[in-house]
Design a protein around this ligand. Structure first.
Ligand SMILES: Cc1cc2nc3c(=O)[nH]c(=O)nc-3n(C[C@H](O)[C@H](O)[C@H](O)COP(=O)(O)OP(=O)(O)OC[C@H]3O[C@@H](n4cnc5c(N)ncnc54)[C@H](O)[C@@H]3O)c2cc1C
Length: 496
């Protein structure tokens, strides 16, 4: 049986078709009056609200007289609002946001599509989780590579020092190591994730695992709920006036971060800044690099040269692996290297293996080493005084000098070449490794469309963002998790 009610006004036409819905029709959407399952509501011939039993959705919003319309309509809809806020994604940002909202008395649902929370935290910091960095604020902020200004209010709300106090308060002992990097004293990243989950649950957060959000539902420019696929594989709608989107980026997708949040945000009118891997190994075609796989270097100065210009310089550790160039200094260079490669630039990494020594000082050092050696000692022995053993033969090859040539026969110009090589060991960078191997995702929800003071969307009321889903990323050293904690904390306050 079908009943039709038609209302009309200056700019409003409403029709209700009430049908006796059969189970086989559930989940289907019709926009035509002859299809008997719909309770539909049209505005200016351009908007349809489809009301199915207990569910409603709004399609093609337009700025028209919604208030009148909505008040008429609302009387006809059974309201089943259950949660004050739904948080999508139980990573570092989502767990923090959920706990903070619950602490403030909100009824909180945390949705996680994986079988457990914080999978990325659990593998972070090589299994030890470098959860923040204890540097002074200004230095800390200089390590945020994108949109540090936007991040500032979040950092002020919940700084690195707040993170340290927070974890101590929830019972996790911490240690600070070289470079002000903060780790759990147990050395186990799992302890960080477990402590966060325990805290959130103690605060009253309900966590649903194996539950994938597939749509953020809105009505009249405001959030009204989330459509999910539940653990049995069925679509369901859950109502809430607030949603915090904490789905992370697209790096290490096996942890659950597969970029769903970008799609949700885009559908709701948000611009997504191009996503690309950051903190990622760099690929080189160099046969020298292939011949020294496994070699780790400390105290190396690495310059990133793009189209002949030095664009960034880093000091620290690196290693040669089967994937290419890796390690802290390379990861820090990678963000600019990736951008340059995308733009078709010529990219090189130039290593200074003797950065503490000027060329003159190095020249004098080599002379001293030569005087101390037997004249008949091979060139390899001289190199051994200057380099780790695995580099000796490959670098001699690079110079075109046999390791067995007596060092007394090495000509001054060959010494100059050696000095140049030690200070300018160059690798052509041909590519970067994929998202699967990137520590973070650069790009994401454009911050211009998000209020930095609240992290609420400027388009959709009740929609908030936190963590890596935003266009924020930083260097290695605990900065990225702090971004997740700071933004999660601010978003969890649900400031209007
Ligand atoms: C190997 C590795 C090591 C790292 N080490 C460090 C480190 O030591 N220090 C540091 O500061 N940073 C580190 N990082 C970076 C840091 O872990 C991330 O920046 C941070 O975890 C991001 O947190 P997030 O909550 O924003 O996103 P994520 O941790 O990615 O969490 C997003 C969550 O959302 C869930 N989700 C996604 N889509 C949906 C959906 N549709 N429905 C329901 N749930 C969904 C995912 O399953 C996931 O649990 C590391 C990253 C990697 C990959």
């Amino acid at each position: 049986m079908v009943e039709l009610f038609l209302f009309s006004g200056a700019n409003v036409h409403i029709f209700f078709i009430i049908a006796k819905a059969g189970g086989e029709h559930r989940g289907k959407i019709y926009s035509h009056a002859e299809k008997p399952l719909i309770i539909g509501l049209c505005v200016d011939d351009s908007m349809v609200i489809i009301l199915r039993p207990k569910i409603f959705s709004l399609y093609r919003l337009k700025a028209v007289s919604f208030n009148t319309l909505f008040s008429i309509f609302a009387k006809n809809i059974p309201q089943s609002k259950v949660y004050d806020v739904i948080i999508i994604g139980a990573g570092a940002a989502g767990l923090m946001a959920a706990g903070v909202a619950a602490e403030r008395g909100k009824k909180v649902l945390l949705l996680e599509k994986m079988e457990k929370a914080g999978r990325k935290i659990r593998i972070s910091g090589k299994g030890r989780c470098n959860l923040t960095n204890a540097r002074p604020a200004e230095e800390f902020l200089s390590k945020v590579r994108t949109n540090a200004d936007f991040f500032l209010p979040s950092f002020k709300d919940f700084s690195n020092q707040s993170t340290i106090r927070f974890f101590k308060k929830i019972g996790l002992e911490l240690v600070t190591e070289r470079g002000d990097r903060v780790f759990p004293a147990s050395g186990k990243a799992w302890d960080v994730a477990d402590a966060l989950v325990r805290w959130a649950q103690d605060e009253g957060v309900e966590i649903q695992y194996h539950t994938r959000a597939v749509e953020i539902r809105t009505v009249v420019g405001r959030v009204c709920g989330v459509k999910i696929i539940n653990k049995k594989g069925f679509p369901r709608n859950i109502e809430s006036e607030n949603v915090i989107l904490c789905t992370g980026g697209v790096s290490y997708p096996a942890t659950g971060s597969t970029g769903d949040g970008y799609l949700f945000a885009h559908r709701l009118g948000h611009r997504i800044e191009e996503v690309r891997p950051s903190l990622v190994p760099l690929v080189t075609g160099s046969s020298l690099a292939r011949s020294i796989v496994g070699v780790q270097l400390r105290n190396v100065n690495a310059r990133l040269v793009v189209d002949g210009q030095v664009v960034r310089e880093e000091f620290g550790e690196m290693e040669f692996t089967s994937r290419g160039l890796e390690g802290a200094v390379i990861l820090r260079l990678s963000r600019d290297a990736v951008d340059a490669l995308i733009e078709g630039g010529t990219v090189k990494v130039v290593l200074d293996l003797k950065s503490a020594l000027s060329e003159d000082v190095l020249q004098a050092r080599i002379s001293r080493e030569r005087e101390a050696l037997e004249p008949s000692a091979g060139f390899g022995e001289l190199l051994r005084k200057l380099l780790p053993k695995p580099l000796v033969a490959p670098l001699a090859r690079e110079l075109g000098i046999s390791v067995s040539v007596p060092q007394k026969d090495i000509m001054p110009e060959q010494v100059d070449s050696l000095i140049y090589l030690l200070k300018n060991l160059t690798f052509d960078i041909t590519d970067y490794r994929p998202f699967d191997e990137a520590i973070v995702t650069a790009g994401g929800v454009a911050v211009e469309e998000v209020d930095a003071a609240t992290l609420q969307s400027k388009h959709i009321q009740g929609l908030y963002f936190a963590g890596e889903v935003l266009d924020l990323d930083a260097d290695t050293g605990g900065y990225n998790l702090q971004i997740a904690f700071s933004t999660g904390h601010l978003a969890g306050k649900l400031k209007k």
